[in-house]
Design a binder for this molecule. Structure first.
Ligand code: IPE
Ligand code: IPE
Ligand code: MG
Length: 266
């Protein structure tokens, strides 16, 4: 069991293998629920149920690691094409997760955000999320971001539409468009870029997830299916990330000099 320090509820670096608070944003593509269930002779929905149970464990672990942002890919725009019964079971699970975890998120002082087209989710779900986002909006240290009805290409389309409307309204000047302006139109406008993106289940692809925000992210792929991806696996991924050298287009020597790397511009 991980011990907790009195002050923040975080675990110590010896226990974790990295310094708590040293990683800002981890995003996870939670894949493999169906195969986890199949390997046990269970229906796919049982895999999703165990996947949701694991979300609670990893959210707790992220807080122990003093991770500021945890973003979980829970439902993609492409996932609507799954059988109707599976989509409806997923929506039901999402609804009961939010109901069951509402108090816990508040107790743990975690702010909830959603990236994706929230308005296209069933009304009961989107209203519950809206309420929970408002009720947790004053927490500023730990953030849980759920990617729901999310796809990077949809995000770009929504951003382009919003930008075009802002130009038409005279609020934006296309001549002055730069990356700093563009990011203000993405769903992730309030979030730092992910430092590390983890994908479970042995698939080595990004499936339309944070394509722009992950431009300089480190990736970690594991064969474990999402329901069996434990806090220990999560901490091991963070410890491995801590040993990597990120160069942002510069040389190792430049990075060793006291001047910090220049920001990524376009
Ligand atoms: C991830 O598990 C959950 C969602 C995409 C909603 P999958 O349901 O994709 O499980 P596999 O990949 O079929 O095993
Ligand atoms: C990505 O997993 C989406 C989520 C984890 C929510 P998928 O299972 O939908 O991705 P593909 O189909 O394997 O690319
Ligand atoms: Mg999958």
């Amino acid at each position: 069991m991980l011990g907790m320090t009195k002050e923040s509820g975080s675990a110590s670096d010896e226990e974790l293998g990295f310094e708590p608070g040293s990683v800002r944003h981890v995003a996870i593509i939670m894949d493999g629920n169906g195969r986890w269930a199949r390997a046990r002779g269970l229906p796919r929905n049982e895999g999703h149920r165990n996947g949701v149970r694991n979300v609670q464990e990893i959210v707790k672990a992220a807080r122990q690691a003093d991770l500021r942002h945890l973003t979980l890919f829970a439902f993609s725009v492409e996932n609507w094409h799954r059988p109707k019964a599976e989509v409806s079971a997923l929506m039901h699970l999402l609804d009961s997760y939010l109901t069951a975890q509402a108090d816990e998120l508040k107790r743990q002082e975690i702010r909830l955000r959603v990236i994706g087209r929230l308005e296209e989710l069933p009304r009961r779900v989107s209203r519950r999320i809206q309420r929970l986002m408002e009720e947790t909006a004053h927490f500023d240290r730990w953030n849980l971001n759920l990617a729901l009805n999310y796809g990077s290409r949809t995000e770009v389309v929504d951003a382009m539409r919003a930008y075009a409307q802002a130009v038409q309204a005279g609020l934006e000047d296309p001549e002055a468009l730069d990356w700093a302006t563009a990011v203000r139109f993405l769903y992730t406008r309030d979030l730092p870029d992910p430092d590390l993106i983890i994908r479970t289940s042995g698939e080595h692809r990004v499936s339309n997830f944070l394509l722009l925000q992950g431009a300089y992210a480190e990736y970690h792929f594991t064969d474990k299916f999402w329901p069996e991806f434990e806090p220990a696996d999560f901490f091991a991924a963070l410890a491995e990330f801590a040993r990597r050298e990120r160069r942002f287009g510069q040389t190792s020597e430049q990075l060793k000099s006291p001047r910090s790397p220049s920001s990524l511009r376009a």
